[in-house]
Design a protein around this ligand. Structure first.
Ligand code: ATP
Length: 367
């Protein structure tokens, strides 16, 4: 097995949810294009971090990858098997190898089941562990792996802290011996002090068990340290994908640059002088995405040509994949962001906060 052995390959994946209206006769009046043409691959034993703001389609992509939400189009290949056309019975068998960890362990764990029952359920469903002793052995090893004591078995989810509950969630996935784990916001419901422990646990488990991860997070800091590759999503599509270090040190897509510029830096001197990129407007609706580049309505570098009418493909630029027509002149500084004018949000005599500025929305020019 090599680092380039691809475990998961996603091609042109689409998930379009129908928008239905009508009381007597249901009719489809449009579609929410939650995922709209995503290509990505994850080598075995590696971590792919997926980031982007709320509503950009991260969770839907994770669920579609595991076929928990049926894709509308595209392909998902898992270890050589195409999942989108797999008969239901075979897909159920395959599920053991692909597990999910959720954001809020409290809502994903049944409060009426104790830990032993939670962990036994999956083993029984998949016919793992021939008898009670064998199942107990597997469960005991899994508890050790996630750092939970044996007495946890007889306890219920509400008797644990948030961090311990997430360990139960991880144990529930792990007990089946999966190869791929999709972790959807695995630490965002936890106290900051606990987040690092859970991230470290995921890291250790990957090392000891050779797991492959898709880690979904809106927080760039969470994925940075555990990801080998990071993909940035905007309105259902990847806008940039790069090796983790490179993405953070050399973001190329204007949206990635804006996300990075919002992350505070601990060094006060750097913090005072760092570039901050303001995005104008809200995230457009995935039911009615902008034409051309979906980011052009908020992009500080948007140009009068191409951006509004030509959807940029993800293309290779020195080891990153970037979906921007103007990535090279932006990176070189030849193309500059539109100036952020101090434009007050309310008339001056209404007691406004003069520090509040908004970026202009009209496209600028090549300078
Ligand atoms: N079952 C569904 N039916 C209709 N629309 C849906 C469904 N699930 C998600 N969506 C819509 O798809 C879009 C993407 O949602 P998704 O939850 O995948 O985004 P996300 O990036 O994971 O956001 P968050 O971090 O808030 O979960 C959103 O506009 C959401 O409202």
């Amino acid at each position: 097995m090599t680092g380039n052995d691809i475990l998961v390959e996603v091609r042109d994946l689409k998930v379009h949810f129908p928008i239905r209206r009508g009381v007597l006769f249901d009719r489809t009046v449009g579609h929410v294009k939650a995922v709209d043409g995503v290509d990505l691959s994850i080598p075995r034993g590696k971590t792919y971090g997926l980031v982007g703001e709320s509503g950009c389609g991260k969770s839907t992509l994770g669920r579609a990858l595991l076929q928990l939400t049926p894709p509308t189009g595209g392909e998902v290949n898992f270890d050589g098997t195409e999942l989108t056309t797999l008969p239901a019975g075979k897909l159920r068998t395959m599920r053991r190898r692909m597990q999910m960890i959720f954001q809020d362990p409290m809502s994903s764990l049944d409060p009426r089941q104790n830990v032993e029952s939670i962990l036994t359920e999956g083993l029984q469903t998949h016919g793992i562990g021939g008898n009670r002793d064998e199942r107990r052995r597997i469960i005991g090893e899994t508890l050790d792996a996630v750092g939970l004591p044996r007495w946890a078995l007889s306890r219920y989810p509400h008797e644990f802290s948030g961090g311990q509950r997430q360990r139960i969630g991880i144990a529930r996935a792990l007990v089946l011996g999966p190869e791929l784990i999709v972790a959807d916001e695995p630490v965002s419901a936890l106290d900051v002090s606990i987040q690092a422990q859970v991230v470290n646990l995921l890291d250790e488990l990957q090392d000891s068990l050779g797991l492959t991860y898709l880690v979904i997070a809106h927080d760039l800091a969470v994925v940075r340290h555990i990801s080998d590759t990071v993909g940035v999503m905007y309105l259902g599509a990847l806008v940039e994908e790069a090796p983790s270090d490179r993405l953070y040190t050399e973001p190329l897509h204007p949206y990635t640059r804006a996300l990075m510029s919002a992350v505070p830096v601990p060094d006060p001197d750097v913090e005072d002088n760092r570039e901050r990129i303001l995005l104008s407007g809200d995230l457009p609706s995935p039911a009615n995405p902008p034409s051309g580049c979906r980011f052009h309505t908020r992009c500080p570098w948007a140009q009068p040509t191409r951006c509004a009418d030509e959807r940029p493909a993800l293309r290779d630029i020195g080891g990153s994949r970037v979906a921007c027509h103007w990535a090279e002149p932006i990176a070189s500084g030849e193309l500059r962001p539109h100036q952020v004018r101090p434009q007050l949000t309310r008339p001056a005599d209404e007691g406004e906060d003069p520090s509040v500025v908004s970026a202009p929305t009209e496209p600028g020019s090549y300078v």
